[in-house]
Design a protein around this ligand. Structure first.
Ligand SMILES: Cc1ncc(COP(=O)(O)O)c(C=O)c1O
Length: 543
């Protein structure tokens, strides 16, 4: 993505914002297809679960690998066929298994004896099983990513894998075995070690259909063909279809995190560039010491395009973001702040680990500069959090030189969307007091209505059993709220409040049926006034 496009995205949607180039995703998917002919490519949804990106991969012909209920539902929503989903992960619960079986998930990877015990109890005649082997070797990657190491929690040691596989085979549903040795793997020797670990299992069990080699290809990409060679040879030798589950490789290089410089702190021994994105937006530097290339976006608007770095700023990121400081250590306090000193690129939160990069070369960068943190398409937004009530970034997808907003930036109200109202009911308070408190604490009438009829009504249910009780509880100085049933009642509600300033309406589902709530407020002087419940109705035909 060129600077003109990135600058235009920042101008349209602000910062921090993730931008994903779907054309790069297409390119990486085709590269994987070429390197693994005949393999089923299941995209690991955990790397980036944005709907349009998932839909793009599904349209390219990818299958999906999901880990949680949320990933499963996202994959289905984006258009992956359930029979093209492999459900993996160490945390299978009866609820997850029931839902997966109900929608017809084709393949399940059993990570433990416990997972098999869960699945044994679920009616899933169409589901086929893989048993995940812990191969017990060092996959030569960061310890957080070394899922194939013997001491990691993943998979089953060979003896247990055999026992689970025998039971699955006895039920006629064993499809094969699964190994995911780790992530960010660049040494093809790891692929050979995987096949070595699987060999005894494929000799022992006859009639298997698949072998799942997991994902884990590093970026920048390793030699995929060198990786593929031992895996494909293994699959051919045993007459099974190879399955792979790349996540990072397909999306990492498609993504950029745009962030803007807020301040540059020159005074201390280290030059700190404080940006508006940090560990809450991109956790990888803090979590893994990952070093993402960072550059200044050259032109704020109207660039001719095509250019990469501007103003002599290269995509250089020195040491790991959380590792020990190396060559630039020990700068004398008070030493002059030369512009060419590498900088720490820090975030806006109160944590030393809140950093996007250490010893980054960003010569001459000043407040207001727009930065592009590259290779951020995988495990970027996916690991973003609301830590320190940070608002998670907007996400934009780009293709063919254009872009569209795929997910808006969070607003403060999103932070408490799932919370009970601040004016939570006080034990012993009357219904009327409670309702008044709730209304006063609400910033939006729809939220007030929802809270009244869900949170508050839950609390008040013993006293609000009947519509008449509701009428009493919601009474206020302006109206006896109209309580009604049916479409006429709703029309009447609206007419009745029409000349009383702003009117809002919400439909709220409760165990007692759907309620329509109307609220109105009149200006009080120059202030908007307080929202008042003006009507409640329920049991609408078709509501
Ligand atoms: C079982 C499994 N498959 C696939 C992946 C995807 O790994 P990567 O994104 O490194 O390709 C992971 C990552 O954690 C995983 O646990």
């Amino acid at each position: 993505m060129n600077d003109a496009l990135l600058a235009a995205v920042a101008a349209a949607h602000g910062t921090p914002t993730y931008v994903y180039d779907l054309d790069t995703v297409t390119d990486r998917f085709r590269r994987v297809e070429r390197a693994f002919p005949g393999a089923r490519v299941h995209y690991a949804v955990k790397a980036n679960a944005l709907g349009p990106l998932l839909a793009h991969l599904a349209a390219l012909g990818a299958h999906a690998e999901a880990l949680t209920l949320g990933e499963l539902e996202r994959a289905l929503r984006a258009g992956f066929a359930p029979e093209h989903v492999v459900l993996g992960g160490p945390g299978h619960t009866p609820d997850l298994a029931r839902r997966a079986a109900e929608v017809g998930v084709g393949l399940v990877s059993l990570d433990s004896v416990g997972a098999w015990e869960v699945w044994r109890e679920v009616a899933a005649p169409a589901t086929r099983f893989l048993v995940r082997l812990n191969p017990g070797f060092d996959p030569r990657t960061h310890e957080h990513l070394a899922t194939g190491a013997a001491e990691s929690k993943f998979g089953l040691p060979e003896g247990e894998a055999v026992a689970v596989a025998e039971e699955a085979a006895a039920s006629g549903r064993l499809a094969g075995f699964h190994v995911h040795a780790g992530s960010m793997i660049s040494d093809p020797e790891v692929a050979r070690l995987v096949t070595e670990a699987l060999e005894p299992l494929y000799r022992r069990f006859a009639g298997l259909e698949l072998v799942d080699f997991g994902g884990g290809f590093a970026v920048p990409g390793p030699d995929l063909e060198a990786f593929a060679a031992p895996l494909l040879a293994f699959a051919e030798r045993h007459g099974v279809t190879p399955v792979i589950e790349p996540g990072r490789y397909l999306v990492a290089e498609s993504g950029v995190l745009l962030t803007r410089v807020l301040h540059v702190k020159e005074g201390g021994p280290v030059r700190h560039v404080i940006a508006d994105a940090g560990m809450a937006d991109l956790l990888r530097p803090a979590l893994y010491g990952a070093a993402h290339p960072v550059r200044v976006v050259g032109t704020e608007a109207g660039s001719a395009g095509g250019g990469q770095a501007a103003a002599g700023v290269g995509p250089v990121s020195g040491r790991t973001a959380s590792g020990p400081r190396g060559a630039t250590a020990g700068r004398a306090p008070g030493s002059p702040a030369a512009d060419d000193r590498p900088v720490d690129l820090d975030g806006p939160l109160c944590e030393n680990a809140d950093r996007l990069g250490r010893d980054v070369r960003l010569e001459g960068v000043g407040a207001g500069a727009l930065l592009a943190v590259a290779v951020a398409g995988a495990y970027g937004f996916a690991m973003a959090s609301n830590y320190a009530s940070s608002l998670r970034p907007a996400q934009v997808v780009a293709s063919g030189g254009g872009f569209t907003l795929a997910s808006r930036r969070e607003e403060p109200a999103d932070l408490w969307r799932l919370e009970a109202p601040v004016g939570a009911p006080r034990p012993g308070a009357s219904a009327r007091e409670t309702v008044a408190g709730l209304l006063a604490s609400m910033d939006s009438p729809a939220r007030a209505a929802a809270a009244l009829l869900t949170g508050a009504a839950d609390h008040l249910r013993p006293r609000l059993g009947r519509l008449e009780d509701l009428a009493r509880a919601f009474g206020n100085e302006l109206y006896r709220p109209l309580i009604g049933v049916g479409a006429d009642a709703i029309r009447e509600l609206d007419e009745r409040v029409a000349d009383h300033g702003e009117v809002a309406r919400a439909v709220v589902a409760t165990p007692e049926g759907d309620f329509v709530v109307t609220l109105a407020r009149r200006p009080a002087g120059d202030r908007p006034g307080r929202w008042l419940v003006t009507g409640l109705a329920r049991d609408l035909p078709g509501a």
